[in-house]
Design a protein around this ligand. Sequence first.
Ligand code: HEC
Ligand code: HEC
Length: 362
Amino acid sequence: MIKFCVKTLLVGLVMVIAPTTVAADDEYETIRPPRKLTAAQSRVAASNYKKYCTLCHGEDRQGYVNDHAPSLRSKSLFQSGVPHEVLRALSYGREGTAMGGYLDEVGGPLTLDETWNLTYWLFWQANVDRVRIGKKLIEGDVSRGEVVYKANCTSCHGENGEGVNAPALGNQSALAHNSDEFIRYAIRNGREDTPMIAWKDTLSDTDIDNVTAFLRSKANGWAPGKLVLKKLPTPDQYVINKDGADPDFELSEGLYVSSVDLLKAVQEKRKMVLLDTRVSSVWQRVHIEGAIPMPYYGNFDKIAEDLPKDVQIVAYCSCPRAAADYVVRKLRRRGFTRTAVLYEGIFGWMNLGFPVMRGEVE
Ligand code: HEC
Ligand code: HEC
């Protein structure tokens, strides 16, 4: 009771001081803001955001620019976000989705400090009161939760939580990184300015717990493996099948090659350069054999010096084409006319059962 009063007082005070902040779900206690950044750290974080994140999450963190990258400014995400929930998503990525890992330890471009600073920068940009969400496991009736899920959630999140145009709720790395209370908060409060509505207006508290428990039941104990990072290929290794014939792709829209045609060219050992344009950590985990990491945030003036102009170049990504389109546009502007984008992206390629190289996990 006393706690409740103090909390109401605090929320009240904050509302008086800063009337624009949105009040958090009043079942929860507000907590202190995250660590402040220095002006210099803030500048670096903003420029890292621009370089690495706008491609999918958008200039203004609004989300939905490519693939179905979620909003990185919805208030309820940052209200409920313990920094870890945001940090781990950007550090390790969500395996099997277009969200790759950006931490250097897994083969990404950012140091640990930079990932923390980018996380705090996102919190400060969102500028909301954080709430205390515990680490408590949510108990609920899993089979009832499944019924609730099937009735309300599959249209966006997919039959098995694989994600249709919304995050993959059954994703193992997401389940490992997101606490039950974080998941429940998203369900209760939705995510402002996105298609995810606040279900506390429609579902009972018990059913929200049930569906949370159902989602948790999909976790199978994923843990980030310690990757043995592969050595990056050097320019003399860029061209595959150096003695092979040229592929003669028929490109749709003057740009796209199909997975079927690319597989044929690979099997016939045609001379090509394959560019994996995703964040380099995911190249470490899985890529099409012979592909070299050429992330969308690279320095293209430098890259252009290392690539041959007379060899067919095929770029791919997983989103399913955004990063590869972007890279090929940059290359074409620099005179690389023999360039194409893999239409289905690497996930489409894998769904067809076509071969990939897997990373080695210790
Ligand atoms: C109309 C489409 C739609 C429906 C229906 C829907 N969601 Fe969502 N959901 C979304 C979108 C889109 C997001 C991502 C929003 C954002 O942050 O940009 C989301 C986010 C979430 C998240 C947060 C995931 C994360 O990784 O941060 C959870 C949990 C969630 N939804 C659960 C549910 C549950 C449970 C239901 C059914 C009761 C449901 N959703 C119904 C579209 C939907
Ligand atoms: C190639 C597209 C792409 C790029 C680039 C990208 N993301 Fe994502 N991101 C996604 C997608 C797609 C998801 C949702 C994946 C899922 O759970 O299904 C996501 C999810 C997230 C989440 C989880 C949000 C939530 O609601 O739980 C965070 C945090 C995030 N990204 C941060 C970043 C940051 C920071 C960067 C830049 C360093 C970045 N992302 C770059 C596509 C991208």
